[in-house]
Design a protein around this ligand. Structure first.
Ligand code: ATP
Ligand code: MG
Length: 470
């Protein structure tokens, strides 16, 4: 009996000794291993019982940059936030628009193809922030039932980001860039003109709008046919017929920036290449008065010695940009970039432009901006006088069909000059000007019948215009 007690005591002593020896190993490896295994089983158990999946989108990337996906999702959620959230954060944008985002820890739901999805704004804190701004880390968490995993990961997230980007594009302030030798200066582009302000044949206007919209929605189509996603427009017509206004209306319709390229400020072809490469997608690159910008007019040699304003300008022009340089840069830009771009040339003298510059494929659509027609007048009367009809419209219709008057001239007569100028007064003003122009035209056609000489109409007559434009 005593012997067995002694053996047991020795055994206990050995066990205690071995345990003491093993303790550090148990603490450092075995215990964490057991805990990790338990944790994994707990996680698995929870995953079996919790059917929801979460996706987290951080506000900033690892390099402390703003995460584009977060910004786009936030924009997508804005309409739902203002409708559903109970706690929101208000922010004033540079365009003076108030936007509402979800406040921290707020949750809202969304629905996609009949599936319910929850969005939640979470926040974590850095124990050792590198900077004060690094202390908080916000994230958006998306939660959905696991049976919709395929739909959410393959379609919903793409849909959210695409929609969010479209909202951001709509909200952003567009830019107007103008160039010096090799760089662009940026201004906010706030021109208010829209297509409904443009006076022109309504059928032609609709055709242009449709063309622009189908271009801007044509990413897949252009990919499919293997063509760079670009389109060229040539706007031609007399001064004051709305060419520059049309470019602004195009930018407003498509939400594009405008690069107003002044070729006379560009030293040579290589500087032109640098400038063109610095333009961004979703933009209109416009070269105004292309025929006077460069030494590229077709009749340059024939015109030497004349007093034509453009010819003088042409020979004073220090730019060494050439026609072939311009063609190479345009074609190079188109073939090097797949982005959405429009290039517009405007001119008063289409006949002076080298056909190579405006051939189809470079300038896909040639749009003539011409004198004001009656439909155009109605647009201007609506814009300036808020008139849809008036008893004087009949007289104006007849007079407009007999005269060539630019929309700029019509606008000038319609615009009230004082607070007391009512719409009828402005219409009478226009009628008077049109009658004077008609009289003038008849006199010029038949000088013998000259009776009055004091006419000083501001309206351009066809003969005068031809003199100016030749
Ligand atoms: N078609 C038009 N529709 C509405 N307004 C027009 C139109 N054409 C001209 N205007 C008015 O006349 C002003 C001058 O027009 P705009 O500068 O667009 O003409 P333009 O064709 O570019 O002339 P230019 O050949 O001299 O550059 C505009 O600000 C606008 O108020
Ligand atoms: Mg213009």
């Amino acid at each position: 009996m005593t012997k067995s007690w002694m053996t047991a005591s020795v055994m206990m002593g050995i066990i205690m000794f071995v345990y003491q020896m093993m303790q550090p190993i148990i603490q450092q490896t075995i215990r964490p291993f057991i805990l990790r295994s338990c944790n994994r089983y707990i996680q698995r158990f929870l995953a079996c019982t919790n059917p929801y999946i979460e996706i987290s989108i951080d506000e900033c990337t690892e390099h402390h940059r703003q995460n584009g996906a977060y910004v786009a999702i936030q924009a997508y959620l804005r309409p739902k936030t203002s409708e559903l959230a109970r706690s929101m954060k208000a922010q004033l944008c540079p365009n003076k628009k108030l936007i509402l985002n979800m406040a921290d820890y707020e949750e809202i739901y969304d629905e996609f193809e009949g599936v319910k999805i929850w969005w939640y704004v979470g926040k974590t804190f850095s124990p050792r922030p590198a900077a004060a701004s690094d202390f908080e880390h916000r994230h958006l968490k998306l939660q959905f039932h696991r049976q919709h995993r395929e739909l959410i990961t393959s379609s919903y997230i793409t849909h959210v980001i695409r929609e969010g980007e479209a909202i951001l594009l709509q909200d952003r302030r567009r830019k107007l860039y103008s160039n010096n030798h090799t760089s662009w200066n940026r201004l906010v582009f706030d021109h208010p003109v829209k297509f409904h302000h443009i006076a022109m044949d309504p059928v032609k206007k609709k055709e242009i709008i449709d063309d622009l919209i189908s271009f801007s929605n044509g990413k897949e189509y252009y990919e499919e046919i293997g063509k760079a996603w670009k389109r060229g427009y040539l706007l031609y017509g007399p001064p004051g017929t709305g060419k520059s206004s049309m470019v602004a209306a195009m930018a407003n319709l498509l939400n594009y920036d405008i690069y107003d390229l002044e070729l006379t400020a560009v030293k040579d072809n290589s500087d032109l290449r640098i400038l063109m490469q610095a333009t961004s997608n979703k933009s209109i690159i416009v070269i105004e008065d292309i025929d006077c910008s460069l030494n590229i007019t077709r009749k340059r040699k024939d015109l030497v010695g004349t007093k034509d304003k453009e010819v003088v300008q042409e020979f004073c022009n220090p730019s060494r940009v050439t026609l072939s340089g311009l063609l190479n840069v345009i074609d190079g830009l188109w073939s090097a970039s797949s982005g959405e771009r429009i290039i517009v040339f405007t001119t008063n003298h289409i006949e002076n432009i080298d056909p190579a510059l405006i051939r189809k494929g470079r300038m896909d659509k040639h749009i003539e901006m011409s004198y004001c027609c009656f439909e155009g007048f109605k647009v201007l009367a609506k814009n300036y006088l808020k008139l849809d009809s008036h008893e004087l419209f009949g007289a104006i219709e007849n007079l407009i069909s007999e005269n060539q008057i630019t929309p700029a001239d019509v606008a000038e007569h319609l615009i009230p000059k004082t607070m007391n100028d009512d719409p009828e007064y402005c219409l009478k003003n226009l009628i008077q000007a049109l009658e004077k122009a008609k009289e003038n035209r008849l006199l010029t056609a038949n000088p013998q019948e000259e009776t009055k000489t004091e006419d000083t109409s501001e309206i351009s007559e066809p003969q005068e215009l031809e003199e100016k434009t030749d």
